[in-house]
Design a protein around this ligand. Structure first.
Ligand code: AGP
Length: 609
């Protein structure tokens, strides 16, 4: 996610804001910028693609005097990471400076309206539209203007705004994403998280949904969108900086697991147009070409391969297109049969995995269309694809992928629906119904996260096991593979995932008295088959940990432990069962005293073949 800082006080604002942005670098970003209001009422801006060092170089030798400022580190979602897309963004007159974190789902309409009303927008960002909207509504009361604009925005946002006519006022506003106030003495702060200002003050105040902050040197006022004062809790921050970067979590991985509802909401949100049709604007492949596809091939590695396996079920179900999922490092060496009739989907969180990049290049050489599903704007895989679907999980710090895989799942479902909509294999009502099911998932993930303590206890109780098996059928099978991979990479345990029906063709020989077996047994037409599989392993001494749907007891009588997840369409169940796979492996590894953020031998991005 982006990093945001606002300051008004007595210190040089540039120093305070830049220091705050450095503290927020861990959040990941690909451009940065600042705006400072001088005593001459000039609102001066500096912004640069790349790291803060580039901005520092840009600032060397220039003067940005003043004690009021805003700053931003941008993780690109709308628009590539370039100088002109870097924040802050300004209005036509240069009087307003806005920095923004989040995704505005109606920004296309907003931009259209502004252009019709004569505004000229110079960037590809959704943020710039906000600066011009504030310009239109500003009549001397900046807080009122921001409140009115916030009412028009759809989607998620944290806004921090300065105006050259307001030497003692910075405005903040938030919906769905975090914003916090730092309360100083003769100075006050706004930031994405407390890390940015705890070097100056440890007194903070939370900002709640749809609230607007008026930040002045001598005080802070918080209102709702109608201008009514609202009360808020102030608290003392006793974290050190390292802990603050993890927002108090012991590991980034645990924080990123908990960020999954927001990450999925960001990835899914705003994809349904006012005409009721799914709208994946970034997939720049014509409807005609989409209707011409005869097969789909998904190439990926590791956890991204597992999300591709789930994608196979959805794409084949909804489009009737034969869909193969290939380990990227194997794909090009088997002389695959792909061509103009083939859509190749390359899934990669980093967008830099060499195996996947080379597979993509091979597919293109064979004339295939290539679509990237990636979390990293401007990455090599994104740049070398015909179309890109950007997941919006925000930067993922932990090596073991969690929220990125979760948003890859959301992405492959959306791509499947998009293809079905264009090819006419699913009508509008069906597409909207499936989209509604997806839109309900963030809340269900939230619910799932609240149920994990019993599973954490089980993981700790069996953390001396040297072998754990994972079983699943249909879309439960890719989640069995993902659960096994997580346990391998985090706890260094021999863990294997199998299709449940395969257990009797060899792997059942691995079962000994007490062997832990995690069974993905959410509600499914195949549950009766799964019952037989679980009986087989129970009879041989397995300790069964069954992940089951609320109210579905087809498999639970044979379980030593039952972990419940909420109900959803069976095809979408990986969006819920992925959570216990992550929590189980993280807790198991921590019980062994291992660092779940930096597992041995592993890198976050494998850029060598
Ligand atoms: C996931 O937990 C692993 N760290 C690893 O398998 C990862 O998914 C794989 O290396 C692919 O990375 P990518 O998504 O960045 O291409």
């Amino acid at each position: 996610m982006c990093g945001i800082v606002g300051y008004v006080g007595e210190q040089p604002a540039l120093d305070v804001v830049m220091q705050g942005l450095r503290r927020l670098e861990y959040r990941g970003y690909d451009s940065a910028g600042v705006a400072v209001l001088g005593s001459d009422d000039e609102l001066r801006i500096a912004r640069k693609a790349g790291k803060l060092a580039n901005l520092d170089a840009e600032l060397a030798g220039t003067e940005l005097p003043g004690t009021l400022g805003v700053g931003h580190t941008r993780w690109a979602t709308h628009g590539a990471p370039t100088d002109r897309n870097a924040h802050p963004h300004r209005d036509c007159s240069g009087a307003v400076a806005v920095v923004h974190n989040g995704t505005l789902e109606n920004f296309a309409e907003l931009r259209e309206g502004l252009t019709e009303r004569g505004h000229s927008l110079s960037s590809d960002t959704d943020t710039e539209a906000v600066a011009h909207l504030i310009e239109e509504r500003y009549d001397g009361d900046l807080a009122a203007a921001v409140r009115e604009v916030a009412k028009e925005l759809e989607g998620s946002f944290v806004l921090v705004v300065a105006h050259r006519e307001q030497p003692d006022l910075v405005i903040g506003a938030r919906r769905n994403l975090p914003l916090v106030v730092g309360l100083g003495d003769g100075e006050n702060f706004l930031a994405s998280d407390v890390t940015a200002f705890i070097a100056y003050t440890r007194e903070a105040r939370a900002v709640d949904q749809d609230q607007v902050v008026e930040l002045r040197r001598d005080g802070v006022r918080v209102t709702d969108l109608d201008g009514n004062d609202v009360e808020g809790e102030t608290y003392h921050v006793d974290w050190d900086t390292a802990a603050a970067e993890k927002a108090g979590y012991e590991y980034f991985m645990l924080k990123e697991i908990d960020e999954q509802p927001e990450a999925v909401a960001e990835t899914i949100g705003g994809r349904l147009g006012r005409d009721g049709r799914l709208r994946l604007d970034e997939l720049a492949i014509s409807d005609e070409d989409i209707r011409g596809f005869q097969q789909v091939v998904i190439v990926a590695c590791g956890s991204s391969y597992h999300s591709g396996l789930v994608g196979k079920y959805a794409i084949e179900r909804w489009t009737r297109l034969p869909t193969q999922v290939e380990i990227a490092s194997e794909f090009r060496y088997r002389d695959p049969v792909v061509g103009r009739d083939t859509l190749v989907i390359a899934i990669s969180q980093s967008g830099e995995t060499a195996d996947t990049l080379e597979a993509l290049r091979h597919a293109r050489q064979q004339g295939a269309w290539v679509m990237a599903v990636t979390n990293t704007v401007g990455s090599s895989i994104a740049r070398e694809s015909d179309a890109v679907f950007y997941t919006r999980s925000g930067p993922e710090i932990a090596v073991a992928s969690t929220k990125a895989v979760m948003t890859q799942l959301a992405a492959v479902y959306l791509v499947g629906l998009h293809l079905a909509q264009i090819r006419g294999t699913r009508d509008g009502d069906e597409v909207r119904s499936h989209y509604a099911d997806l839109a309900a998932i963030p809340r269900l993930i939230e619910d799932t996260l609240t149920r994990m303590d019993p599973l954490r206890k089980i993981a700790r109780d069996i953390s001396d096991a040297e072998r754990v098996l994972f079983l699943g059928r249909h879309v439960g099978y890719p989640m069995a593979l993902e659960g096994a991979l997580k346990l391998k990479e985090l706890a260094y345990v021999s863990a294997e995932g199998f299709p449940a029906g395969e257990i009797k063709h060899g792997p059942i020989a691995l079962i000994e008295q007490g062997t832990p077996v995690v069974v993905l047994a959410t509600r499914h037409a195949l549950s009766p088959k799964l019952v037989t599989n679980v009986q087989e392993i129970k009879a041989r001494g397995a300790r069964t940990i069954v992940i089951a749907t609320d109210g579905d007891d087809s498999v639970t009588p044979y379980a030593d432990h039952v972990i419940r997840v909420p109900d959803t369409k069976s095809l979408l169940s990986p969006l819920l069962t992925l959570v216990p796979m992550q929590v189980f492996s993280a807790e198991f590894a921590m019980a062994r005293g291992l660092d779940v953020d930096q597992p041995r031998n592993l890198a976050k991005s494998v850029t060598v073949e």
